[in-house]
Ligand binder design. Sequence first.
Ligand code: GLN
Length: 285
Amino acid sequence: MKKMIVMLLTASMLMALAGCGSSAPAAAPAPAAEEKKEEAAAPAAEAKEADDDEDDDADFTTVTDGVLTMATNAYFPPYEYYEGGNIVGIDADIAAAIAEKLGLELHIEDMEFDSIITAVQAGKADMGLAGMTVTEERKQNVNFSESYATGVQVVIVTEDSDIQSIDDLADKQIGVQLATTGDIYCTDDFGEDHVEQFNKGNDAVMALKTGKVDAVVIDNEPAKSYVAATDGLKILDTEYVVEEYAAAINKDNTALLDAIDDALEDLKEDGTLDAIISKYISTEK
Ligand code: GLN
């Protein structure tokens, strides 16, 4: 912003010097927000996806024998959140169903969203399950299972906000959850000076409520929960980015990836997945 003012001043000073005082310099057009989302090609990662060897299923290993360790960030309702001392939600239920299919006991580790991929890479967790969007960049570091749900990045604003569309976010302050796709897209589209990162989605929403940011970009289902729990906020009727959620698994553990994919396939076919999702998400909009 400062840069812009300096530029305008410089321009008007030049014009004054040149003796053409009357007409003000035209404002620079607002930067367009519709740059294509970064989808960096990752040719090396693709080849692995073909390996679908049914015989491997029994060969997978887990970090702790007999246990499926899931890494998540339990502040992302209705996918994962605390109910009393327990982590519950769509991902917790799906993980429990996968663990049961694989004959494992489920153990859930709560951590910052930012640490999940590292935990999976470092062999501290078997599976990141956290409403995590499949991106080309993350695919450099982990393998993703088949997708089990769709997510949409949406915009939350105050009820009296003048923001009506994604383009109106230019020059505003946008709250996001650190290292999420909302953070990545907003930083790309609007610049890091316009993005404020919070550790938890709810912290971003509280900053909106108290006027510290003008909007929050976050996944649609947590957005609905936050807005339902907070007076004076609304979700814009616009889809910023549509995404796929999947489980993140260590690149070396392709046997576990296959086993989880098989389990997910079964859970899709026998209706368990739908039942879990509709337990937490009402179909009426
Ligand atoms: N879907 C978003 C992402 O993967 C947010 C996930 C989350 O905050 N748990 O970046």
